[in-house]
Design a protein around this ligand. Sequence first.
Ligand SMILES: Nc1nc2c(ncn2[C@@H]2O[C@H](COP(=O)(O)OP(=O)(O)O)[C@@H](O)[C@H]2O)c(=O)[nH]1
Ligand SMILES: [Mg+2]
Length: 301
Amino acid sequence: MNNADICILIPTLNEAATIVQLIKDFKKEGFSNIFVIDGNSKDGTGKIAEAEGAKVVMQTGKGKGQALIQAFGLIESPYVVMVDGDGTYLARDAPSLLEPILEDRADHVIGNRLEKYSPIAFTKLNLVGNRLINIFFDLAYGTHLKDILSGYRAFTLQSVRKLELNKTGFEIETEISVECVLKGQRVEEVPVTYLPRSEKGITKLNPLKDGFKIGSTIYRLAKVHNPMFYFGAIGSLFVLAGLISGAVVIIEWSQGITHVLLSVLTALFIIFGLQMFIFGMLSDLIVTLHRQTISLIQGKK
Ligand SMILES: Nc1nc2c(ncn2[C@@H]2O[C@H](COP(=O)(O)OP(=O)(O)O)[C@@H](O)[C@H]2O)c(=O)[nH]1
Ligand SMILES: [Mg+2]
């Protein structure tokens, strides 16, 4: 195994404060094939990285997602390590991320930040948000992953090219994780160190706005993988609303007050909710049959 076969992929947007040290650290670990995909940084990140010996390409569109998708099309090395340019991850964790890939135990390895992070690396909101998103993801996709949003990953070029990726912003990690599950890839998680961002660099992630976008991406993509979860969630909400309004109707009725409109509404809520469950069951059936067909086709190849 030659380290030149491993491409270190770094998406950057105004990371002049940290990029030099990061490239140096990776070189010290023996990785010289460094590819920076830059979002037309205003602080000269691209030039600095080039001077440090990295191959630099300017992204043609906007957002971290677009940058990564473009990069996956340009890379030629069979193995890729993807890492943020903000100096929050350590180059010396790269070999342990790569191990499952090089030993052909996994197609995609996620660096799990939530096991050994520096206490100031996450804000409370960030930590809670991350945990909730992972729980939601595991429920929707039946997995046991702990850090689907990690920006430190290793994978084979072949496996990442099989993923159908469309998200342009910070939902890209979510989409990568979902697609790995949908395409049946072998995913492993390895603990990595996570450091706070340096004071000089500012995050481009907005916890509330991007957190919401990430949550809704998980939910929407669940429609084709776990439709029972997708429709069941809506159905449960309506049935719950129906049960609450139904309880009000019954309690008041026992005291001699009849609510006609609320009774109708209760019935509608419950009927609509149950219908969602039936949708879920039918879609589940379609998905299962589809999966069987696909595996039959693939098995015959
Ligand atoms: N090429 C490119 N990189 C981006 C863009 N937005 C963020 N990045 C980089 O993606 C990495 C992660 O972004 P960051 O703001 O640190 O998000 P966080 O780690 O989730 O807080 C950093 O290296 C950023 O410089 C973008 O629009 N284009
Ligand atoms: Mg960061």
